[in-house]
Design a protein around this ligand. Structure first.
Ligand SMILES: *[C@@H]1O[C@H](CO)[C@@H](O)[C@H](O)[C@H]1NC(C)=O
Ligand SMILES: *[C@@H]1O[C@H](CO)[C@@H](O)[C@H](O)[C@H]1NC(C)=O
Length: 237
């Protein structure tokens, strides 16, 4: 399951911490709007009028000061991403705050074409957002197996952990019950059973993906993990 693109506010709020969203999430600038809608003619004419392909939305105009490539990532807008990259948009540029990269957007909103273009143009595969999550973790979080497969092909660290909890992509995919995503991670040799070790994590040390799937009642994910993991592993709750 991929998040609904038509009603982006709720998921975006979760994604981008507790921020006030005013207006549409990609209505912050004309360029963001055109980019999100994959309106190539619009993007090209704004560029020819001198609009900056990197400009973030001004404060208060969207959730987080996103740039046109973020909006291409949210909109699965592969053609506008290509035009923006050709116009030298910075593929590593982050939103102004909360901070995340265009690759995080493409991962969370499940835009494989945009993710591939960003990576080909040199985007950092293991960039960290405000919550210390990598694009791989965000793709696992939204159950986007297609982007997970692309990211691991580009060398994403499958054991990267977020902070403060220390959950890895496998924890996130298990929690969501996305077995397709879990399979993609397993094919990339992600460890299915190893627990969280992060010191800053209260009450979750020892928690494995199996604990997370069981806690959330994700039966298929539990079934898959039991092919690999000890049914009696103990966490620290
Ligand atoms: C994203 O765009 C591609 C074409 O570029 C399309 O095949 C795919 O179905 C789209 N995905 C979603 C979730 O809309
Ligand atoms: C993106 O960031 C990574 C990591 O900092 C860096 O290695 C890479 O060269 C950057 N890519 C571009 C196109 O600037």
């Amino acid at each position: 399951m991929t998040p609904k693109r038509k009603k982006p506010f709720v998921a975006m709020l979760v994604f981008a911490c507790q921020v006030q969203v005013q207006g549409g999430q990609c209505d912050g600038t004309q360029m963001n709007k055109a980019s999100f809608s994959d309106d190539v003619v619009g993007v090209e004419s704004l560029l020819s009028l001198g609009h900056d392909p990197n400009a973030p939305a001004p404060p208060g105009m969207d959730c987080c000061g996103m740039r046109p490539l973020h909006c291409a990532g949210i909109g699965n807008a592969t053609r506008s991403a290509k035009v923006l990259i050709d116009a030298k948009a910075d593929v590593n540029a982050t939103s102004t705050g909360p901070v995340f990269s265009a690759l995080h957007s493409a991962a969370y909103w499940c835009s494989p074409g945009v993710a591939e273009l960003l990576l080909r143009a040199g985007a950092f595969v293991d960039a960290r957002n405000q919550e210390s999550r990598t694009p791989l973790i965000e793709a696992a979080n939204s159950g986007c197996a297609a982007v997970v497969a692309i990211l691991v092909r580009w060398g994403a660290d499958v054991e990267a952990a977020d902070a403060p909890d220390g959950r890895r992509a496998m924890h996130w995919a298990a929690e969501r019950g996305s077995t397709e995503t879990m399979q993609a991670l397993l094919r990339a040799d992600a460890s299915p059973c190893s627990p969280i070790h992060r010191a800053g994590c209260t009450g979750c040390v020892g928690s494995t993906p199996l604990h997370r799937a069981a806690h959330k009642g994700k039966v298929e994910a539990v079934r898959l993990l039991l092919e690999h993991c000890d049914v009696d592993s103990i966490d620290s709750y």
